[in-house]
Design a protein around this ligand. Structure first.
Ligand code: V47
Length: 365
């Protein structure tokens, strides 16, 4: 076993260093050792080796706009401050015209992606979603619409009384470009039961994602961390995603989502720390050897940690965003938007070469 002097303070990282250099796949025990270590710099070094191998000095950002069309939701997840019942004074629902106005408002800006998600609305008809996509494409034909998490897709299939595959095909024909990665939370049955018993189960989430992949639609994947999950549950979540990716190879990016407790049923919990934020990103880079991209969502961890994460396995810091409600309703103190100049500054100061990408990671000139 190689014992690299000075690189690691935790000896348990030595055998993992050997595996990473030999490009061997890490297993459950390796994942646990990575999560258990306090040697953050050693962990970062390992993740950076993989990032460097895959992406060299390149780091991506995107010019995008988020639209959260409604927060009315039938799921009532305990970690969520965004979802409301229809009777709640804070409940809202955008008409199609309001959504189109949001798109028109920014027509002068070089947006390449619209990121659209919402709650599981009890009775908006399927035609609302289809017309949303068609209408947006009529206003902005070139834009890539990344919309509706796997959980929303399963809900829409239920509303439309259609199979998941037919639902996805109809949405794709209307202009859907890819699926965002939300709704995965933590796959552990214990967590689902405790925090989101009404949510689409993990098998359903994976089935929707893999069906999308088989239809040629790419998607992202996430994990919501920093609440009641154990390290083993985190590792198992990542390994399940890795196994799914082995089968359909349609995931573009993995994004760990830092739990924000304000205004949720878990308000007594602490915010995540910078240490754990970096750790989750680095461990993901190491375990998810078949995911091309690891993305830091600066809205949730702040631009400063997102910038540091570029040395901890991350090669993408998401984008301009513009208006985000899910994390801000749960107490996020971050801005609503970053400019292109701010994103470039963050990436350049970290010693990386900034590249603007579109949703599918083509470089935008
Ligand atoms: O699915 C809910 C999470 C997700 C809270 O695919 C919370 O590129 C933190 O998935 N604190 C939606 N997180 C956001 C999402 C996402 C974001 C950015 C990029 C992409 C992508 C996807 O937000 C939900 C849920 O897991 N969430 N409540 C909370 N209190």
């Amino acid at each position: 076993m190689n014992q690299p002097n000075g690189l690691f303070t935790d000896q348990k990282l030595f055998p993992i260093y050997d595996k990473v250099r030999a490009q061997e796949r890490l297993d459950l025990d390796d994942g646990l050792a990575l999560y258990q270590t306090s040697d953050l710099l050693g962990l970062g070094h390992l993740a950076n080796l993989v990032r460097e191998r895959l992406h060299g000095s390149r780091a991506y950002y995107i010019y995008n706009q988020h639209i959260n069309y409604s927060n009315i939701c039938i799921n009532g997840c305990r970690f969520c401050a965004f979802g409301k019942t229809r009777q709640d004074p804070q409940a809202y629902e955008m008409s199609l015209e309001e959504i189109f106005a949001k798109v028109r408002e920014r027509l002068a800006e070089p947006i390449t992606e619209l990121h659209i998600v919402g709650g599981l609305h009890p009775d908006l008809p399927f035609s609302y979603y289809v017309e949303m996509l068609k209408g947006i494409k009529a206003i902005r034909p070139q834009v890539h619409i990344q919309a509706f998490t796997a959980v929303e897709i399963a809900h829409l299939a239920h509303i439309a009384q259609m199979s998941v595959i037919d639902t996805l095909e109809t949405l794709k024909e209307a202009g859907l470009g890819s699926l965002p990665g939300g709704g995965a939370e933590v796959f552990s049955p214990r967590i689902r039961q405790a925090l989101c018993p009404r949510k689409l189960p993990p098998e359903g989430w994976l089935e929707v994602a893999q069906t999308a992949h088989r239809l040629g639609l790419k998607s992202n994947a996430t994990m919501l961390y920093g609440h009641i999950e154990t390290m083993a549950e985190r590792v198992e979540h990542l390994l399940r995603l890795r196994a799914a990716q082995d089968e359909t190879d349609g995931f573009l990016a993995f994004i760990p989502l830092a739990f924000h407790p304000r205004n949720t049923k878990l308000e007594h919990l602490n915010d995540t720390t910078g240490f754990d934020d970096l750790k989750n990103l680095a461990v993901a880079r190491l375990l998810l050897d078949n995911f091309p991209h690891i993305k830091a969502f600066w809205i949730m961890i702040g631009p400063k940690i997102a910038q540091l994460s570029l040395s901890f396995g991350v090669n993408d810091i998401d984008g301009t965003v513009m208006e985000e409600r899910i994390t801000h309703m749960a107490g996020a103190q971050t801005a609503q938007a970053l400019t292109r100049a701010e994103l470039l500054h963050l990436i350049r100061e970290a010693g990386r070469e900034p590249l603007e990408r579109d949703t599918l990671y083509n470089v935008v000139s």
